[in-house]
Design a protein around this ligand. Structure first.
Ligand SMILES: [Zn+2]
Length: 379
């Protein structure tokens, strides 16, 4: 009888463990949820000296995009945007060295290096010299590096954080430089857009040194093939979309899990729809991209709950579309006044130790970089 009991007990334990012992998914499937109270509790939490530095960029996301998305877009949390729960916020000017109205190359360079440059330049000063960028500074500090964008890898924003080129139009050179830099985590859209332009050296690195997942569905199986490896992970995500998307947030969760280590990391995440749809005169796509960015913030805040040694800054590289606020009950689609960038200052939101710095004032985009670079260096 005792033997039978013991057998039953061990059988129960085995079954029990296989049913409940396995962690349930290693990234969020479906909704990215948070309550108002949970969000406030994390934002108001105690933060320690930063080891992990995270910057989220809403490309082309102007102040009015945020105001309009809060009240007018399906898919915003019932308490509004998480972004608007962040208490430390201010504005940033965005002009480039040679133009009142910046492009994403010059502003990406300013946000990554703390130095103004000309429109079109990636990680170079106005004389064409290389500027030290955030990925390089993070690597020198012994930190891991993650770059996530829902646009092409050759985009001005992701490349300005990692490489150097005199022109954002040299897309093949930019892709090659990005692959050769080997960030620990690299996520972008369009597999062929990355693979096709590779030179022989970069192709060899791509084939032999990276763990590559050709689409989001293959992230898990790819990482599971070699879960403890130090190989850089290159994953292809779904890309920006006209509807609010969880994909950028899910990819961020994967990246955070992969990047976490004792020396900390630097992670840049770009939500690009706020720019792309501004250029296409698509106001609903633009505002839905604010929601995509907001869910990504939730993924980061949930990480910060258990990792208080983290700083998060959310900003934009410039405004796109000259978006105005409605008079009376105007249709949202009539509020885009241009399909170009403007000189309107952008908003800056920040969570973490020392981020009161941004509260209630206007800084320049180079000041954001200087603040983050100090944090990366541990100064
Ligand atoms: Zn643009």
């Amino acid at each position: 009888m005792k033997k039978i009991l013991a057998l039953l007990l061990s059988l129960f334990l085995v079954l029990g463990f296989s049913a409940c012992g396995e962690p349930k998914g290693w990234y969020t499937e479906g909704e990215i949820k948070i309550t108002e109270r949970q969000a406030e509790k994390i934002i108001d939490g105690e933060f320690t000296e930063p080891e992990n530095i995270i910057v989220i960029i809403g490309d082309g996301m102007g102040p009015n995009d945020i105001t309009l998305a809060e009240k007018n877009v399906e898919g915003v949390y019932d308490f509004g945007l998480v972004l608007n729960k962040i208490k430390n916020h201010g504005l940033a000017t965005t002009h480039s060295a040679d133009n009142e109205i910046t492009d994403s190359a010059a502003s990406g360079t300013a946000l990554s290096t703390g130095v103004k440059t000309n429109n079109g330049y990636i990680g170079k000063d106005t004389e064409g010299n290389d500027l030290k960028n955030m990925a390089e500074i993070a690597r020198e500090a012994g930190k891991k590096i993650g770059i996530i964008t829902d646009e092409d890898l050759s985009g001005a924003t992701p490349t300005a954080f990692v490489v150097h080129n005199i022109s954002r139009s040299n897309t093949a050179e930019l892709v090659n430089s990005m692959i050769k830099f080997k960030p620990d985590v690299l996520m972008c859209k369009d597999y062929m857009g990355v693979y096709a332009p590779l030179d022989s050296e970069a192709r060899k690195i791509f084939d032999s040194e990276y763990l590559v997942a050709k689409d989001f569905k293959r992230f898990k199986e790819t990482l599971d093939t070699d879960p403890d490896s130090e190989k850089p992970f290159l994953g292809f995500l779904e890309g920006f979309s006209t509807m609010p998307s969880n994909n950028l947030a899910q990819c961020t969760e994967v990246a955070l899990k992969r990047l976490k280590n004792d020396n900390g990391f630097f992670l840049m995440i770009e939500s690009s729809g706020t720019d792309k749809f501004g250029h296409k005169n698509n106001m609903s796509g633009k505002l839905n991209s604010v929601v995509t960015l907001d869910r990504t913030i939730v993924a980061v805040l949930k990480f910060m709950k258990n990792n208080p040694e983290t700083i998060l800054v959310i900003t934009s590289d410039h405004e796109t579309g000259g978006v105005r606020l409605p008079e009376g009950d105007e249709d949202l689609k009539d509020l885009l006044t241009l399909t170009e960038h403007t000189a309107t200052p952008v908003r800056v939101f920040a969570v973490g130790k020392g981020t009161e710095y941004f509260s209630g004032k206007t800084v320049d985009n180079t000041d954001i970089a200087k603040f983050l670079i100090k944090a990366i260096k541990g100064e």
